[in-house]
Design a protein around this ligand. Structure first.
Ligand code: ADP
Length: 401
């Protein structure tokens, strides 16, 4: 089946057209700077010329129109839109009731509209994308895949917060976990690579991108995750704090007279390695600055990898052992330094990185093993493929819709 995978951000739409039969990507691209006169539309057909256009794109609905026109137009890969069997949409958080993938209908859309503020940076944009696709392709099943789905089986002791219980009952305030499609993909891929059933393995997956999270995986499902009610909790990230004392932002708000929105923006957009260094949220620039002797960049690398190490240690305890450790996403796939520091002095847990293999696993599109042959834990770098997970779910649910 040909499946269009859509990932709408607040000012962007990323897309991939996939053939689920052979998992080939037929075309991919993105619309950036939605809302501006000089938005950028990039369309890359697998076997054709990449096109980059600057044009006004007022809203997500217009952006989706450009995407669909690109798929059937001059540089298109489809004769007609009716060849698309289903559309798969990424949705960050569907709240407590919408966790497993679902086909969009009036009831589902109404529910989604009621939980937009649970993930204000992501959910409203996702919904705009779904609505735009429904109006452009009313007869095609629109399947929604939630980032939270892989965390649906976490036990209450892992997902509850020690807050008064009525906040959970009233607002669904609990740990949801994100990057579920990525953690699912790489943990199951790791089992496939080492040739053992995923149900028999204790796996820790480190998704280190702009946002970053770690999962403890047992019996093929996450049993704990570092992100929480929002994608702010857990690891030190590009521009997000990760775990901090919750009293700290309250103190800053009082001292500087900040509103909740202002504090939220500081914690999400101005903290993390950007906040520590004042240089950039991008790990490449931090590594470069550290190499040139910048002490704050060196501190950021240390803080970033130390937090990962702490989670690996605690999740090994949660799992009662460890068979496989996986690194994925922009930093996880491309930064030997972070992998080396996060895994340093972990021989007691059976984790031993091979210093010759680790630097080689860099910008590779294939999975690579970086642990020592003699080590108890297998350490793998696996390029993630969230679009494939969404496409497979869209095919599964779309073919019965
Ligand atoms: P997203 O979370 O937006 O999907 P990615 O998983 O693509 O992002 O990760 C993007 C981040 O990966 C960049 O911001 C950068 O910090 C990091 N990154 C990409 N390439 C490298 C590299 N060669 N070395 C270190 N970090 C890298």
């Amino acid at each position: 089946m040909k499946v269009l995978v859509i990932n709408c951000g607040s000012s962007s739409v990323k897309y991939q057209l996939m053939d689920t039969e052979d998992e080939a990507v037929l075309a991919k691209g993105l619309v950036e700077r939605i809302g501006f006169e000089d938005a950028i539309f990039t369309h890359a057909p697998a076997n054709g010329q990449k096109v980059k256009l600057t044009l006004p794109v007022k809203n997500h609905s217009i952006a989706i129109k450009h995407v669909l026109a690109g798929l059937v137009g001059e540089n298109g890969v489809l004769g007609s839109l009716s060849e698309i069997g289903a559309v798969g949409h990424r949705f960050v958080n569907g709240g407590p009731d919408l966790i497993q993938p679902v086909v969009a209908n009036d009831q589902v859309l109404e529910k989604l509209r009621s939980i937009l503020d649970i993930a204000p940076l992501h959910n409203p944009a996702h919904l705009l994308g779904i609505e735009a696709c429904i109006s452009a392709m009313p007869d095609t099943p629109q399947v929604i895949v939630f980032d939270t789905f892989f965390h649906a089986k976490m036990p209450a002791k892992a997902f509850m917060y020690a807050l008064p219980r009525h906040y959970y009952e009233k607002y669904g305030l609990r740990r949801y976990g994100f990057h579920g499609t990525s953690h699912y993909y790489v943990s199951h891929k790791a089992a496939e690579i080492i040739g053992r059933p995923v149900e028999d393995l204790k796996i820790i997956t480190c998704h280190l991108g702009n946002g970053a999270s770690i999962d403890a995986v047992k019996n093929g499902w996450a049993v704990d995750t570092s992100m929480g009610f929002t994608p702010l909790e857990g690891l030190v990230m590009g521009s997000r704090t990760g775990d901090i004392d919750c009293a700290a932002p309250l103190y800053i708000m009082k001292k500087e007279g900040l509103s909740p929105e202002e504090m939220d923006s500081i914690m999400n957009k101005k903290s993390g390695v950007l906040g520590i260094t004042g240089i950039s949220p991008d790990m490449r620039e931090i590594e470069q600055a550290a190499e040139e002797g910048n002490e704050l960049a060196e501190l950021a690398l240390d803080m970033y990898s130390y937090r990962i190490k702490k989670y690996i240690g605690s999740y090994a305890a949660v799992l009662g052992g460890l068979d496989v450790l996986v690194f994925t996403a922009g930093v996880g796939e491309n930064s030997p330094i972070i992998r080396e520091r996060a895994c340093a002095d972990m021989e007691f847990l059976g984790i031993e990185i091979d210093p010759e293999k680790n630097p080689v696993a860099f910008r590779k599109s294939t999975p690579t093993e970086i642990g020592k042959d003699s080590a108890r834990v297998r350490v793998l770098v696996i390029p993630t493929n969230e679009e494939l997970v969404i496409a497979r779910e869209a095919e599964r649910l779309g073919s019965t819709a």
